[in-house]
Design a binder for this molecule. Sequence first.
Ligand code: ADP
Ligand code: MG
Length: 771
Amino acid sequence: MSKSKSPESVKVVVRCRPMNEKERATKFERVVTVDVKLGQIIVRNPRLASAHEHPKVFTFDSVYDSNSKQIDLYDETFRQLVDSVLLGFNGTIFAYGQTGTGKTYTMEGVRNDPERRGVIPNSFEHIFTHISRSQNQQYLVRASYLEIYQEEIRDLISKDQSHRLELKERPDTGVYVKDLSSFVTKSAAEIERVMILGNQNRSVGATNMNEHSSRSHAIFVITVECSELGVDGENHIRVGKLNLVDLAGSERQTKTGAQGERLKEATKINLSLSALGNVISALVDGRSSHIPYRDSKLTRLLQDSLGGNARTVMVANIGPACYNVEETLTTLRYSNRAKNIRNKPRINEDPKDALLREFQEQIARLKEQLERRSGKRKKRRPRRRVGEGGHEGDLEDGGTEDEEEEEEEEEEGGDQEDYWRQQQEKLEGERKAIMEDHSLVAEEKLRLLKEKERKMEDLKKEKEVGEMLSAKVKAMESKLLVGGKNIVDHTNEQQRILEQKRHEIAEQKRREREMQQQVENRDEETLELKETYSSLQQEVDIKTKKLKKLFAKLQAVKAEIQDVQEAHIKERQDLEQSQNELTRELKLKHLIIENFIPMEEKNKIVSRAFFDEEDDHWKVKAITRLEDNHQMMCRPVSAVGYRRPLSQYARVAMVMRSEVRYKAENLLKLEMDLPERTTRDYEEPAIAPNVAAALEAALRDEDEIQVDASGFHSSLGLMGGVGPTGAGGSLRKPKSGRSKTGKKSSTPTSPFSPSSPASPLYPQSRGLVPK
Ligand code: ADP
Ligand code: MG
């Protein structure tokens, strides 16, 4: 159902910002010249000696110098695009360039200054003015605002700013952001509030707003749906989507010693922008069949805008000063390439997901519901008037709204308010009547009163539901915008004429520029065509001139080749560096896995891991019984006959050892535990043989001494000596008779034996008698 058109190129315009204060103060050289008439940007690279002779020239659809006005840019370049969005085409405006060159200025500008308002606010004005002038059309405008930072998508107008959104793809509508909130807006002021809210959220969490915005891509999306009665008598809906993209700064992110978060960030920013570059290259190349849209979130999201169903304008922003010349050249080359992208825009007619249709259907449903309710009342009214007996069932069904009704509603001037008032007054009257009726028993009175109150309550509820429904209808209808109101407005008409004129002027300028470019081209051609010469000298002159020109061209091309090669090398080095850093990171991860994760665990995870193309992430499959029934239900071979897998060692230990540890199946130990003994039998101390021998020897010596002592005694006696005590001490010993060993000593007797039986030498005294 969509009208196809022939392919059309991406329109590329370049805007050079004025020198800023600092650049003027430092007196930087201006290296960029803007030729608005010819649509050319001329850049002299001061670092190259030949630059003055062979400046680089780039031609674009149109170029804007430092004096360019926002409104001129809008009228000449963007108005047409927004117009086609209003017709149902998709449109995209990109701002590309180094940080600080005016991307945000071009897209948003200075909000409070009508002169310096950027594309986004100007397009708000444009869209809603268009709608107010439209006739017999119904519009629905909604806005979303998102940001891509470090390859994560954040909804800038949702309440929960920590939530990250996912990209999804559907065959019918293509790539979209899941759960992205969108606001239905009714006026330029309302949609502007969405933008302000988003900008506030953008800066929240950013330590340095400038730095943050130079690293993130912001996309403001306006969806315009228009419903119009077609020639076939059916309502048709056209949906145009306008993407307004403020890209991250295109300068190389310095990566000196970047680690962790910074490294991640640096590689990811480069990834999105270089992916954009790769997509552009692949599209322009013509040879590559694969366009790497999937390499980054940005390119996926803007797939349609690059080589797909959209009209696209790219604004390349550059700075004029010499110290930016490298970046300026890179930007110009980049955009030069983008010129050759071919898109295939078409009007999106009657898409399945049109919100407008949903709104229309819902409004119709609600209206029907309302009508059903009023129909019900109309039927009820006569019944109620019949008499007192009527109202019992009446109000009961009044509370329930979804019960079926017989379809016999006749149209009547619905003075709803009157009806509700009447009902209320009636109930109130009845209540009073009951109160004043003295014939009723107190109990009965109370019951009736309660009933009346309940009825009043029900009536109120019913009224509320009705009001809610009509409010809902009103709210929804108010969101659907219809034009034709201001068409008679005189000032409006004048404004329209003014715009028309501006548009014509812009068109005129564009044609002039194109003609100029053609003239330029033709000049070169005619130079070759002038082949008739009047004299040899003239021929030499002309040919020399031609040669010089061609030689200069050749030099310029050579220089360009060298520059491009250098740029290429630099880019490659950058990529290599980030690759090296990533490899190093990877090696670290490997090291950790190899050393700290058990082999089998690793294998398990590896076998469950899969790459989710949708989300661009590795994921681990969940273990579910349903999905992998087989694996889960089968008993592993190692566990045949056992309740659970057992190692070989455990099985052997179970049989061989009585330890509890391996008796996994029956942990009860059935033997009785006897109490432990706490006493000990007495045992004689054991004496080591050498000790025993020593003792014995010692005892024996004593006996010998006794023997000696007897001799001594005799001698003492003879000498009439020392008294009995002295002898007694030494002689007492043998009397004990028992040695420490407990053995009866038999030995002492022997020395006396020869003498004692014969004749006692002394008078016998106790203790001195030998045994
Ligand atoms: P970017 O978004 O590319 O980083 P900005 O839009 O923030 O850059 O612009 C940087 C500064 O330059 C701002 O102060 C802005 O007002 C100023 N500027 C940029 N372009 C222009 C212009 N064409 N005319 C006047 N001022 C400009
Ligand atoms: Mg910016």
